[in-house]
Design a protein around this ligand. Structure first.
Ligand code: GLU
Length: 413
């Protein structure tokens, strides 16, 4: 089957859940249906040359609320990937019970090759191309791979200039000074940590007995390593796109973050052994956190994974065939649409604060995030036990049921 086509992969996951939960063919059709796709060619000047970049926005399902989801800048972005990611966003928002549907955007660009000015131009051009399709009550973008609060600031500014009014709720993941929420910058990792704690309790794995390997040292992976090492977990390996490092005694994450900031990579950090990005997945650790890109755990390496718990901070890191192998091997997978939902959950809190014009303190945000992740984990875990299915399939069942309820109330089924 088509592990390399993310949208086919997403549909395979949905079908599996549909069989277990007894969804009808019509219900499956409604769940898979993409509401709208927008494709634009952006004209920007890069390295003195006028070039065209493909840009996408996919709006999957808005039965539960406005479309919601990040925008990624990546050279391999394509329509199928963005469709899958938009579909996963619909499921993710439903699983954690926030009133949004699913959307996703992307620009086919190598972000690492852009100057600051070019980054800004691409960000603003994206909004000029998509402004008519987004809005605080229509479709609300956010950061994703290689986009950050500064990118959100440029995008917000461009949108407000076009619309000639303030609209902070049009985009989330903004800097605090422009209406961002406290804790949004590390919310994806924090939500994953809340979910991991519950899984670790079930498996009787206290922090001091637990080694963790993290693939990816961007926003999600870096904060996850930081938070976990702060509460006593031993982070034995991390990697980024340039390679990985290993220390069986545990890495000093604070120092490693400084090293990464200074050199742009984790390689070369003191007293560590170099390993490859792929090695990180297979080494001896109780917890594995894929926090980079999709499709990294496949039937080729799934059987060699030694972790007892996988926390999917990346979107779509495990292919469906690999999922089956991990399930047979008793690996407890906390699926992306639950594990990384902390990001969009705090995006929701940000949007609520923007709508109220009143802002919460950090501990209030964290308290709300903790409760939301606790409830979502319980709902998925209980469904997995009741139907004797893996956590991913259970998450799809929970999410899909909520979307179907909204669709039925609207008279669409
Ligand atoms: N890009 C993040 C995700 O995949 C966050 C989306 C959002 O905050 O809207 O969940």
């Amino acid at each position: 089957m088509t592990a390399d086509n993310p949208f086919q992969r997403a549909k395979a996951q949905l079908k599996k859940a549909g069989i277990k939960a007894g969804f009808s063919a019509k219900e499956l059709e409604v769940l898979a249906e993409v509401s709208a796709v927008h494709e634009k060619e952006l004209s920007v000047t890069v390295s003195g040359e006028k070039i065209k970049l493909m840009a996408f926005r996919v709006q999957h399902n808005d039965s539960r609320g406005p479309f919601k989801g990040g925008i990624r800048f990546h050279p391999e972005v394509n329509m199928d990937e963005v469709k899958a990611l938009a579909f996963w966003m619909s499921m993710k928002c439903a699983v954690v019970g926030i009133p949004f549907g699913g959307g996703k955007g992307g620009v086919e660009v190598d972000a690492k090759s852009l100057s600051e000015k070019e980054y800004e131009d691409v960000s603003r051009a994206y909004i000029r191309g998509m402004a008519e399709h987004i809005g605080p009550d229509r479709d609300i973008p956010a950061p994703d791979v290689y986009t950050n609060p500064q990118v959100m600031a440029w995008m917000l500014d461009e949108y407000e200039k076009i619309k000639k009014r303030k609209a902070p709720g049009v985009i989330t993941g903004k800097p605090l000074a422009l209406g961002g929420s406290k804790a949004r910058d590390y919310a994806t990792a924090q939500g994953g940590v809340f979910a991991l704690k519950q899984a670790a309790d079930l498996l009787d794995l206290p922090p001091f007995k637990t080694r963790v390997a993290v693939q990816g040292f961007g926003n999600a992976g870096m904060h996850a390593a930081r938070i976990l090492s702060g509460i006593g977990y031993k982070i034995v390996a991390v990697s980024d796109s340039k390679g990985g490092i290993y220390d069986e005694h545990g890495l000093d994450i604070k120092k490693l973050i400084d090293h990464k900031k200074a050199t742009g990579k984790v390689l070369g950090f003191e007293h560590t052994k170099d390993i490859s990005n792929e090695d990180v997945l297979e080494l001896e650790s109780e917890v594995l956190i894929p926090a980079a890109l999709g499709g990294v755990i496949t039937p080729q390496n799934a059987g060699r994974i030694k972790a007892k718990i996988i926390v999917e901070l990346a979107n779509g890191p495990i292919t469906p065939e690999a999922d089956d192998i991990l399930y047979k091997n008793d690996v407890f997978v906390i699926p992306d649409i639950l594990a990384n939902a902390g990001g969009v959950a705090v995006s929701y809190f940000e949007w609520v604060q923007n709508n109220m014009g009143y802002y919460w303190e950090e501990d209030e945000v964290l308290e709300k995030l903790g409760q939301l992740m606790f409830k979502a984990f319980r709902a998925v875990y209980e469904t997995s036990k009741r139907l004797s299915i893996d956590m991913r399939t259970a998450a799809f069942v929970v999410g899909a049921r909520r979307i179907l309820e909204a669709e039925k109330l609207r008279g669409n089924i």
